[in-house]
Structure formats: structure tokens, C-alpha cells
Design a binder for this molecule. Sequence first.
Ligand code: SAM
Length: 200
Amino acid sequence: MMMPANGHRAHGFSSEFFLDSDEIIKELNLKGSEIIMDAGCGDGHIAIKLLDDYIDSGIVYAVDVYDASIEDMEKYRLENNVKNLINIEADITEGISQLDDSIFDVILMVNVFHGFKASRKLDGAILEFKRLIKNDGKVAIMDYKKWDVPKGPPTQVRSSPDELRDLFNKHGLKMTYLNEEIGEDIPEGKSHYFIVFKKE
Ligand SMILES: C[S@@+](CC[C@H](N)C(=O)[O-])C[C@H]1O[C@@H](n2cnc3c(N)ncnc32)[C@H](O)[C@@H]1O
């Protein structure tokens, strides 16, 4: 596995080498004051990009189930004296018990959601996102298109935007945005989609 550029430990591939974090973050139209979670932060390169260039008066939460990733993010926070970064080691699908309801403007997941399908814990994850977002908050998912292509996770754990829309609808969240022209250029087209859900 390729070592993340920032040297942090990550359980899974860092998207830093093949996705443009600015392209992803710009999809969120941030003002800078948001409370935002990088859910499944891995090496934390997206959380760090948010802190460096997009979030000034807001707070970034970096959450991952992999203890080493969170240890490295804590080291980063302390060494750089970052005041508005909160790192949490937690399994999102089991609930993040230390967090109160309705605190997030945005929960962002990049290349994470398909893992919940693989572990058959989709409903637990969606219910937790619904609990954690504010009434006008958003859940934003960037993930691989459901194509049978060599790069990325197996096709059977990928979801199409239509499948996600139906699943989130079941839990009272509606799709408010979809961009299917985003990600890496592969022979079949753009590798990813970016989809946003809000409370009904
Ligand atoms: C493919 S990596 C993507 C990391 C990062 N988002 C990126 O774009 O580089 C998936 C990450 O999700 C984390 N993850 C998977 N399941 C999780 C769960 N149930 N709760 C929290 N984190 C999870 C993994 O530990 C891993 O760091």
C-alpha cells in the first residue's frame, strides 16, 4: 500500500494520490464557519486541507475507526497547535457516543461509504448521520461509480446514486445535489460521483 504523503498511518488508500481535494471541498460551498466532520478521515489530508484553506472560524472533526490514524492526527494537532480540530476514534456505524445530536453543518465522506455496504452496516451509519446533522445540515458522499473497473473496491460493494437515494429516503433524508462528473479521469469517464442529502 502506498504511504500517505503526510506520513500519517491510514487503513485503506489515501485519496490524496488520485483525487483533487480542492475539487471535492468546493462542491460544499463552505463559508468558513461550519462545523464539519471528515468521516473516515484516514491520513487526514482532507481534514488538514479544510483547516488550511476553507474553515477559519468553524471546527473540523476528524473521525476514524483506525486508532493509528487518530493518533497521528492528534500528534498533528498538538505539534501545529491547531485550535479548531477535534479528533475522534470511533466506529461511525456503531454511533459516536461522545457527540451530541444536531451539531454538524456538514458530514463529508470520501471513499468511505462503500465500506459500510461491505460490512452491511449501511442503516446504522445513515441513522447516525441523521442524528448528528443540524436540521439544515448535509451529508456529502464522494464515492466510486458502480462500474466494473479494475481500480477501486469490488463492484458489489459500490452503490449507484439511485441506490443511495432510495436508501437515504427510507431514513427521511432527501437528495439535494448530485454531480456525476467528478474524480479521476479513467478510460470509462470520471471515476466518482458526489451526492448530498439533507433532512426532509
Ligand atoms: C479508503 S480510506 C479513505 C480515507 C480518506 N477519506 C481519503 O479519502 O483518503 C477509508 C477510511 O474509512 C475508515 N473507516 C472505515 N469504516 C469506518 C467506520 N465504520 N467508522 C469510522 N471510520 C471508518 C477507514 O479506517 C479508512 O481510514
